[in-house]
Write a protein that binds this ligand. Structure first.
Ligand SMILES: [Zn+2]
Length: 339
């Protein structure tokens, strides 16, 4: 059984006024690694690659540590801990942010939400709908649609209050990317006039840091621009993955073989995404299905848990001693549309 553990923000302080940036501290990270290390063995991309190639199987109780989004704080705060404990990991990075010194839409949303109350943003989305600016939001006067969005939002963002979950779901899954990006970019620019490039360089890893991670076999792709691939056209999916792996190869001399689907939900990795990824040289990929992987069949749909769901996390679903027995087995890859 292979259990993926996924991390995003890892920083010593979370002192923004509103709940936009969720993560853990380096102390919690280290504590969780030590706790998991008592019940299983950590493996990295190399071991997974060898297991897929039939060279040697994974340990019976294996963990793979993954860190999404290419955030510099992961290099500064998580990488030294991983090195000290001898724990392998895979850092999944978005290349457009680094190549173009942009702040990705997903992180603009986090930053805007961290500095503005959620009611204010929801209100702004509503105003935009009424003014016909992105008429999609006009449909949100339909009560059954709102209820359906709230239900899906609560299931996907189970750690957030209902208002925040609804806002995040609308922004990430309901609004057309162009409409969402325009709204968020306006808010971000109002808050940080002319500062995007500087914020980007503080937020994301540098080319040199990527080279170091790549040399250690610890780098994977999280797409170019952090878009929900399953909602794009095949041509756009191809461009997103291809640009990402080619940029990583140009910077580091190595083509990544591992992918983490941006957002990772079932709809974000729906067909034909995995087939396109395979054609571009990706050998295995992670979703965010909250489950374990009893085997490596369908390696383009490996399940992975948020760190908070696992022992040592703030909403642990299972005890460490019973984790490998009790964690559900992944099922998304059985879906006839996915397999
Ligand atoms: Zn991500």
């Amino acid at each position: 059984m292979l259990i993926g553990v996924n991390y995003h923000y890892i920083r010593p302080w979370y002192d923004e006024p509103y709940p936009g940036i969720h993560g853990i501290t380096p102390e919690v990270f280290e504590h969780q690694l030590k706790l998991l290390g008592r019940v299983g063995h950590f493996v990295g991309a190399a071991e997974i690659g060898e297991a897929l190639a039939g060279v040697r199987p994974l340990p019976d109780r294996a963990f793979v540590v993954t860190l999404d989004d290419g955030l510099r704080e992961q290099y500064e705060h998580a990488w030294p801990i991983l090195r000290r404990l001898g724990v392998p990991a895979i850092f999944f990075v978005n290349t457009a942010a680094i190549a173009e010194r942009r702040v990705l839409g997903v992180h603009k949303i986090h930053l805007v939400r961290a500095w503005q109350p959620p009611e204010k943003l929801l209100e702004r989305l509503g105003q935009s709908g009424r003014s016909g600016n992105g008429g999609q939001m006009g449909a949100l006067s339909d009560v059954s649609l709102i209820e359906s969005i709230r239900r899906r939002a609560a299931a996907h963002y189970n750690y957030d209050d209902p208002e925040t979950a609804c806002l995040k779901y609308l922004l990430n899954f309901v609004l057309e990317p162009a409409v969402r990006d325009r709204l968020i970019t306006e808010c971000f620019e109002e808050m940080n006039p002319g500062a995007e490039s500087e914020i980007s360089q503080r937020l994301y890893m540098s080319g040199e840091e990527l080279r170091i991670l790549s040399d250690m076999g610890c780098l994977g792709s999280h797409g170019d621009d952090h878009l929900p691939l399953g909602l794009l056209t095949p041509v756009e999916v191809q461009r997103e993955i291809e640009r990402s792996v080619e940029r990583i190869e140009a910077w580091t001399g190595r083509r990544p073989e591992a992918l983490s689907y941006p957002y990772g939900s079932a709809e974000a990795c729906a067909p034909p995404v995995s087939g396109i990824a395979t054609d571009l040289g990706i050998r295995f990929a992670f979703t965010v299905e909250r489950a374990g992987n009893p085997d490596l069949r369908a390696p383009l749909h490996l399940a992975r848990c948020d760190c908070n769901d696992l022992p040592g996390g703030k909403a642990a679903c299972w005890e460490a001693d019973r984790l490998f027995e009790e964690i559900p087995r992944r099922e998304w890859y059985l879906d006839e549309h996915v397999a």
